[in-house]
Design a protein around this ligand. Structure first.
Ligand SMILES: [Zn+2]
Length: 346
C-alpha cells in the first residue's frame, strides 16, 4: 500500500475536493435537478404534480428505497427527446468535472423510458452524445452502463438488451438496479450471461437493503465484476473474506445510505470498517439530485463524520480508478495524477 503524508483536519476538505477520482455509481436519471426538471416540463408542454421547485424538494424525504423510487420515476416522465437526455447528462458531467472526476461510468436504464413511449435509441443517443462532448470539451472520460430494472421480469430485461444491441459500441457494461428486496440477482442469470457473451462488463446492486445472500448470488450466479453498494457484506465474515481475496470493488454511496435510512447517521456508516477489512471500497453519489450531494459532498460529509484520513482518501480514489473499466495505461495515468497531488499537497 502506498503511504501518504498526513494532512491536517483543516486542510483535508481541500484535498478531497482537488483529488482526482472516478465515479462508478451514479444513475443519470438521479442527477436530474428540480430546476432542470421544471425546464424540461415546460419545453415539452407537460405538467408536474408539484407547484414549484420548493414543493418538489419538500417531497425528497424518503423512508426507504421504494419511497424514493416512486418520486424518482415521476421525475423521469419529463424526459421525452434526445436533447432532454443530452441536457441531463451534460449538467451532471459539468458538475462531475468541477468535482475533479476524471472518469465516470454512468448508469442509465431504458425500461423506465420505453415504458412511457420513449425509444431506447433516443435515450442512448442523447446520453452518448454528451459523453463524447465532455471528453472533447472538458477532458473527462465517460461511459455508459445499461441497468436492468429488477422489479420487472428477466424477459423484459432481455428485451431491453435486445433494443440496445444496435448501440453496443456506446455501452461498457450492464447493471441491475431498482427495488432490491424480493428481487434476488439470480432472477437475471440468463440475461447477464447473454450480456457477458457480448463482451459487456457486469455489475449489480446488491446488499444495499438486501441480505449478504444477494451479494453471493451477484458474484456466483451473475458473475459480476463489481458490487454496487454492498454495505450489508459486513454482516458476513466469509463474504468479506471472499470480497477481499478477489479484490471485488464495492461502489459505496454514503449520502444515499443516509437518505434511505440504511444507516441512522453517517457516523454509523461502515465505510471506514470496510477499508480496514481490506475491501476495495469507493465513494459515489448514486442519485445526487435526490440524496443531497454530488461526489465531493459525499467525500466531505463522510470524512467529517467518520474522522477518515488522507491515507483513506488516497485509497478510495486509487480504488476508484482500479475498479473502473478503463484500460491499464489510462489507469496508470490517472494513478500518477493522484500520486502527484498527494506528494505536492501542502
Ligand atoms: Zn444505485
Amino acid at each position: 500500500m502506498t503511504l501518504v503524508k498526513p494532512v491536517s483536519a483543516e486542510r483535508l476538505p481541500d484535498l478531497l475536493k482537488r483529488m482526482p477520482k472516478a465515479e462508478l455509481h451514479m444513475h443519470i436519471e438521479g442527477s436530474l435537478e428540480p430546476e432542470l426538471m421544471f425546464a424540461l416540463t415546460a419545453r415539452n408542454g407537460l405538467s408536474l404534480p408539484y407547484a414549484d421547485v420548493a414543493a418538489l424538494k419538500r417531497a425528497y424525504v424518503f423512508g426507504n428505497l421504494q419511497a424514493f423510487l416512486d418520486v424518482y420515476h415521476a421525475g423521469t416522465l419529463v424526459l421525452r427527446t434526445e436533447q432532454d437526455f443530452y441536457d441531463m447528462a451534460w449538467a451532471y458531467l459539468q458538475r462531475a468535472a468541477a468535482d475533479r472526476v476524471l472518469h465516470t461510468e454512468i448508469f442509465f436504464d431504458t425500461q423506465t423510458h420505453t415504458g412511457h413511449g420513449v425509444s431506447a435509441d433516443t435515450v442512448i443517443n442523447g446520453l452518448h452524445r454528451a459523453c463524447v462532448d465532455v471528453q472533447q470539451q472538458l477532458g473527462v472520460s465517460a461511459s455508459l452502463i445499461l441497468c436492468f430494472l429488477r422489479h420487472l421480469s428477466e424477459e423484459e430485461a432481455s428485451e431491453a438488451l435486445e433494443q440496445a444491441m444496435p448501440h453496443l459500441d456506446k455501452l461498457v457494461g450492464v447493471g441491475l438496479a431498482s427495488s432490491e428486496l424480493g428481487h434476488p440477482p439470480e432472477k437475471f442469470t440468463r440475461v447477464f450471461a447473454k450480456a457477458r457473451s457480448l463482451g459487456l462488463h457486469l455489475v449489480a446492486h446488491a446488499g444495499e437493503e438486501g441480505p449478504p445472500a444477494y451479494i453471493w448470488a451477484a458474484l456466483d450466479a451473475l458473475k459480476v465484476e463489481r458490487i454496487d453498494h454492498g454495505v450489508q457484506a459486513m454482516k458476513d465474515p466469509a463474504l468479506v473474506a471472499r470480497l477481499a481475496r478477489d479484490k471485488v470493488p464495492l461502489t459505496v454511496c454514503p449520502l444515499s445510505n443516509l437518505k434511505l435510512r440504511v444507516f441512522p447517521s453517517l457516523a454509523q456508516h461502515n465505510l471506514g470498517a470496510m477499508l480496514q477489512a481490506g475491501l476495495v471500497a469507493t465513494v459515489n453519489s448514486d442519485d445526487p439530485a435526490y440524496f443531497g450531494g454530488y461526489i465531493n459532498e459525499n467525500f466531505a460529509q463522510t470524512f467529517a463524520a467518520l474522522g477518515l484520513t488522507a491515507q483513506n482518501a488516497f485509497q478510495l480514489a486509487s480504488n476508484s480508478f482500479e475498479a473502473s473499466f478503463i484500460d491499464a495505461s489510462a489507469k496508470r495515468a490517472y494513478q500518477d495524477q493522484l500520486a502527484e497531488l498527494f506528494e505536492t499537497f501542502e
